[in-house]
Design a binder for this molecule. Structure first.
Ligand code: DLL
Length: 446
């Protein structure tokens, strides 16, 4: 993977690695079809599970003649990775596999993902394209707080950030005091982290008397967990930065499946490597651009572990209208929900992101919250615990009650459910160093 040392010097608005972002659509589709055919043939020849499924459907790789023929292929799901644990979906011999990552998930065995040297090159290139779109430049000093190790976030971003010519600080997550010291003393201009961990850093900086507005920080590259537009606005105001959304998942490559450009209007998918579809999660039917449903992704160049029509469980829609940045690759609507995050409270479907949007619309509310589910007398109860400013918290009972009411009202307007609201002091809810845990479900605990 070359480094792009002349890019800033040439003063070009487009990074050389970003050229595929601007391909004319017919040319892009031709490339996608060719890569899809190669990927399907490879998976058929080398991955027994995929071959069995195709045979069971009476489909053979040569039947993929157009991109639309992808609908002939079966979906794959997370349990396919668990059931073939650890190496059952690999399409390359171990001698060609140079890296493994694993994602722990909430239950049982982790899922294991593999990369050949070529896969790592592709990963590097999509991270360069992600960071270039987000506005990162050679000469930026980039603090990478995503976890290094089996998680794909840290190492995944690392190589691309170096290749684009940024100075990378591989600090990983945790040790928040040191994070603030480094941010200040090293003149950090770009932070990469989960949005929730960045908010923790903001609080910590304030406690240490560090004024983030006075630092050189200018961009945050945030992802790995759902976050709302309201959260973006809060973060941008608190730290005087541009907060950019980066999306990805271990099964497909890690971070770098999609990333926002300067227009901040949803992450652009690197469609030359990842073919997106939106389906109706109940029927599996493919939906047109613009319709909301479950995102399904097919890798178009992965060697070690091709994924065909992988059901991400992430809810989004494909935006095909032109973006002001000129990229021709489509955008995703920002992912604020996963279908398996959906709560059913007394029969009403609620997503945590709706609660986040409601909370952040109320003045005096801090962006730290947790949703606790309990069952009382066979009825589901939902309690939203949320931090409020010290000034609000020390107010008299009457105004606290009024604030509580405003919050409950905002939640009810957006979700149609009546939630119990518990106001807590700043810094009382548990902070996470990686992905935030928004829901505590006590219903199954007896
Ligand atoms: O979280 C990869 C990643 C690392 C992405 C760093 C961005 C930055 P997993 O641990 O496999 O991989 O989790 C993937 O996280 O299916 C989404 O539900 C969620 N997710 C990732 N990025 C975003 C985002 C990494 N920008 C799962 N917005 C995905 C919303 C996101 N959800």
């Amino acid at each position: 993977m070359p480094t792009f040392e002349f890019w800033n010097d040439a003063d070009s608005p487009v990074h050389p690695a970003s050229a595929p972002d601007y391909l004319p659509r017919p040319q892009l589709r031709e490339l996608q079809l060719h890569r899809l055919q190669v990927t399907v043939a490879r998976a058929y020849e080398r991955v027994p599970l995929f071959q069995q499924r195709l045979i069971a459907r009476g489909v053979r790789p040569p039947q993929i003649r157009t991109l639309e023929d992808i609908a002939l292929l079966p979906f794959s799901v997370k349990s396919d990775l668990r059931e073939t644990y650890p190496f059952g979906l690999f399409a390359s011999p171990m001698s060609d596999i140079v890296r493994l990552h694993a994602s722990s998930g909430t239950t049982g065995k982790p899922i294991v993902v593999a990369y050949t040297a070529h896969d790592l090159d592709v990963w590097t290139s999509v991270i360069v394209r992600s960071l270039a779109a987000a506005g990162v430049r050679r000469g930026d000093i980039l603090q990478n707080c995503y976890g290094y190790g089996l998680f794909t976030g840290g190492l995944g971003l690392h190589a691309g950030a170096e290749a684009m010519g940024a100075t990378v600080i591989p600090i990983s997550g945790g040790n928040t005091d040191r994070q603030i010291m480094v941010m200040k003393d090293f003149g950090v201009t770009v932070v990469c982290s989960t949005p929730s961990y960045f908010l923790h850093l903001v609080d910590e900086a304030r406690q240490q008397g560090v004024d983030l507005h006075a630092l050189k920080l200018r961009i945050g590259v945030f992802g790995a967990e759902p976050w709302t537009e309201g959260m973006r606005q809060r973060i941008q105001g608190l730290a005087d930065i541009r907060a950019q959304d980066i999306y990805g998942l271990s099964e497909i490559i890690g971070p770098g499946v999609a990333c926002e450009c300067q227009c901040q209007s949803g992450p652009h998918i690197f469609e030359d490597h990842f073919y997106p579809e939106i389906i109706d999660p109940d029927t599996g039917q493919v939906l047109p651009d613009g319709a909301t449903g479950e995102l399904v992704l097919t890798t178009l160049s992965k060697e070690a572990m091709p994924m065909i029509r992988y059901r991400t469980r992430d809810i989004s829609r494909l935006v095909a209208t032109p973006c002001a940045c000129g990229r021709t690759i489509r955008r995703l609507e920002r992912i604020t929900a996963r279908s398996d995050d959906m709560l059913i409270i007394r029969g009403v479907n609620v997503y945590p992101s709706q609660i986040e949007t409601a909370l952040l619309s109320v003045e005096g509310v801090l962006p730290h919250y947790q949703i606790v589910l309990t069952r009382e007398a066979d009825l589901d109860q939902i309690e939203v615990q949320v931090e409020v400013t010290s000034a609000n918290f020390s107010d008299e009972v009457k105004s606290l009650e009024a604030l509580q009411k405003r919050i409950a009202g905002a939640i009810e307007r957006i979700t149609n459910i009546h939630a119990r609201v518990r106001l807590v002091e700043p810094n009382t809810l548990k902070r996470s160093e990686g992905k935030a845990k928004r829901i505590v479900d006590q219903r199954k605990m007896g």
